[in-house]
Design a protein around this ligand. Structure first.
Ligand SMILES: NC(=O)c1ccc[n+]([C@@H]2O[C@H](COP(=O)([O-])OP(=O)(O)OC[C@H]3O[C@@H](n4cnc5c(N)ncnc54)[C@H](O)[C@@H]3O)[C@@H](O)[C@H]2O)c1
Length: 385
């Protein structure tokens, strides 16, 4: 490996611009060597913004290059085929969630990566927020003692307006693929949407903070806004039966229990995360909600001081080049990307938020969907604490 880790990014859209590329640009361990997008103009614009020397339109041309260590997948469509191509080519891989829609496929990808000694990471953004990383350290240091209850939320009002199209992509001609689903109006055939898109990061955090695995779930998916524009080209609303709100409760192997609620039709600002952990010795509440110029807060209480007090987040949890008031996508993602660079460089021995963790998250998403469809509790395979 060269002095710096050489990175190529596939996908030059909004999230690439606001989170991935700024993360590599400011990490002292990374060197951006190529940007790839089927839309050359977009890729060229990003190349100018982030001083990237090479622009490509076909990611296959990156796979067998010996001057690239990491391929980052930040496309909007299915990530799965790209991920398998990247790891089969022997490149470390960072990919946006979901890696794949079925947990067994994520596990298959993890097995290939492990067999080749590759590091993986998934865009489980919110575990990397400075306030959340501090919360995690406090939990590990024993602040809450034995964890008893976890409550998690990821919700905001992104799609409360039914004229906001279900398909986020900007189309110039009508798309011929089914990026959204929700074609069947039957309540029992609702398409999973918020649970996967919004649920993944808070589900990840629930396991991180309880230090345990989910053993059983029961949940419901809801379609609260049934009529919506399908794409930016549609002028009329139509029935789209997709999960825009969901709630589940779960048991953890270590005896803790919890609840998670996700929705994008609930009033509130981005990103709309709240994680609460209650233990025998204390409780912590972390909010990642952009409000009045602040995007993260952490509050703590103890049995003998039950009024929650705001905690100061130590400097060491902030990324290189942190500027007070900087937008949350670049702030949280700078930590994620630099953490990955340290893992690839071998500076950190663990590989947090990787495909293995993502497979556990996906297993919970699949189980909550099954619970909804069968109207029953669903057990998960992984029983160890
Ligand atoms: N982790 C988070 O908090 C978070 C937040 C926002 C978005 N995301 C995820 O990030 C991903 C990208 O979202 P976005 O808003 O940037 O989407 P976008 O539509 O703005 O950009 C995606 C880009 O990928 C390009 N693309 C698609 N297929 C390609 C291919 N095969 N090869 C090369 N380029 C290809 C498209 O042309 C487009 O420019 C999505 O998976 C989204 O869910 C994650």
């Amino acid at each position: 490996m060269a002095d710096k880790i050489r990175v190529a990014v596939v996908g030059a859209g909004r999230w690439s611009r606001d989170a991935h590329l700024p993360g590599y640009y400011r990490s002292p361990l990374a060197e951006l060597v190529a940007i790839c997008d089927v839309d050359r103009e977009k890729a060229e614009e990003r190349a100018r913004q982030f001083e990237i020397p090479e622009v490509l339109t076909d990611y296959h041309d990156l796979l067998h290059r010996t001057d690239i260590d990491v391929i980052d997948v930040c496309t909007r469509e299915e990530h799965e085929p790209l991920v398998f191509d990247v790891i089969n080519a022997g490149k470390h891989c960072l990919v946006e969630k979901p890696v794949a829609h079925r947990a067994e496929d994520v596990r298959r990808a993890q097995a290939i990566a492990e067999s080749k000694g590759l590091k993986t990471k998934v865009g489980l953004t919110f575990r990397y927020a400075p306030a959340m990383q501090y919360m995690y350290q406090l939990v590990q240091d024993g602040f809450i003692g034995r964890p008893l209850v976890f409550n998690g939320y990821e919700q905001n009002s992104q799609w409360l307006d039914p004229d906001n199209p279900a398909d986020k992509r900007i189309h110039k001609t009508p798309p011929d693929n089914d990026a959204v689903g929700g074609w069947s109006p039957k309540p029992e055939e609702i398409t999973v949407h918020s649970l996967e898109g919004y649920g993944a990061p808070i589900i990840d955090i629930s396991m991180m903070l309880t230090g345990s695995q989910v053993t059983e779930v029961v949940g419901r998916l809801k379609n609260l806004i049934p009529m919506r524009r399908r794409t930016n080209l549609d002028t009329q609303r139509e029935p789209i039966n997709m999960d825009d709100a969901d709630i589940y409760i779960c048991e953890f192997a270590n005896g803790a229990f919890g609840s998670i609620q996700t929705s994008y039709v609930t009033v509130g600002n981005y990103p709309g995360i709240e994680a609460r952990i209650y233990g025998e010795k204390g409780a912590l509440i972390c909010r990642l909600v952009d409000e009045f110029g602040e995007c993260e807060t952490l509050h703590a209480a103890r049995p003998d001081a039950v009024e929650f007090q705001r905690m100061e987040i130590p400097e060491k949890f902030f990324p290189h080049g942190y500027r007070p008031g900087e937008p949350w996508p670049s702030l949280f993602y700078a930590n994620l990307v630099h953490n990955f660079m340290e893992e690839v460089a071998g500076i950190r021995s663990e590989n947090q938020g990787n495909f293995a963790q993502s497979a556990k998250v996906q297993e919970i998403i699949n189980a909550v969907e099954a619970s909804h469809r069968t109207r029953s509790w669903v057990q998960l395979g992984n029983q160890e604490a």
